[in-house]
Design a protein around this ligand. Sequence first.
Ligand code: KIV
Length: 265
Amino acid sequence: MTQKITITTLKQMKSTGEKIACLTSYDASFAKLQDETGVDVLLVGDSLGMVLHGDETTLNVTMTDMIYHTGLVSKVCQRAFVISDMPYESYTSAMQALENAKRLFNEANADMVKLEGGAEISEAVSMITEAGIPVCGHLGLMPQSIHELGGYRVQAKTEAEAKKLKQDALSLQASGADCLVLECVPAKVATEVSDMLDIPVIGIGAGVDCDGQVLVVYDMLGLSDKEFKFSKNFLSGKGSIADALKDYVTAVKDNSFPSASHSYE
Ligand code: KIV
C-alpha cells in the first residue's frame, strides 16, 4: 500500500533536507503518471488558463475550472499531495475565500489550497486554516497581479522589495500557512526566506536552495513555445514522458536541478 504524502511528510522533508519534487498537473492521465513516477506534490495551477486554454494570463480561470481539474487529479493520486490554486477573484474577502476553499477541499478533494498574496490576505489564510483546510502561500511573481506588476519579470530585486517579501512570508506563516511557493525571485532572497521559515518553501525561478522545486509540466516536457531561464526540457533525449518525469524527480532530489544557470541574481 502506497503511503500518501501529507503536510507532516513535507515538513519532515524540509527538516531532513530531502527536496520536494513538485509539478503542475491538470488531468487524470498525467496525474497518474506523475504519481507513479514519484512526483511528491501535484499543483493544479491556474496556469491551466495559459497552457490548457491558451490565454495570455491566468485571470480568466474560474472556480468551476479549478474544481473540475482538481477533481480529475485528486481522484487518481495514491501518493502525491495535491495543491489546488484558488483562482483570481475567488478570495476577495475572507468569507468568500473560506467558502471557495471549502469547495476545493470538499468537492474536488484538494489536500491544500494556494492563494497569491502576503499580509493583505492574512485574514483569509487564518479563516481557511482555522476551518482545517491547509493553505499554501504564493509570493514573488504573482501571475494574478500581472497587470499591477507590469509583466512577467523577476521580483524582490531591491532591498526594500526583498524586505517586504520576507515580512509577507512571515505573516503568511503566522496566519497558519503550511507551505509557500516563491516564484521568480533572486536566489539569495529565496535562500534567506527558506532558511527563515519553518514551513517548506517550493521555488520556481527561485534558485537552488528552496526546500522543493516546481515547474509547469508542459514547460518541462518542451511543449511551450517560450523558453524560460528557470525551466529545462526533461523530455529531450528521453524515450518517454515517464522517463522525463523520473529524471526531473531525481534531478530535484540530488540537487542537480535547478543549477545556478536556472537562477536569478
Ligand atoms: O499556476 C501555477 O502553475 C503556479 C506555478 C507556476 C507555481 O502557480
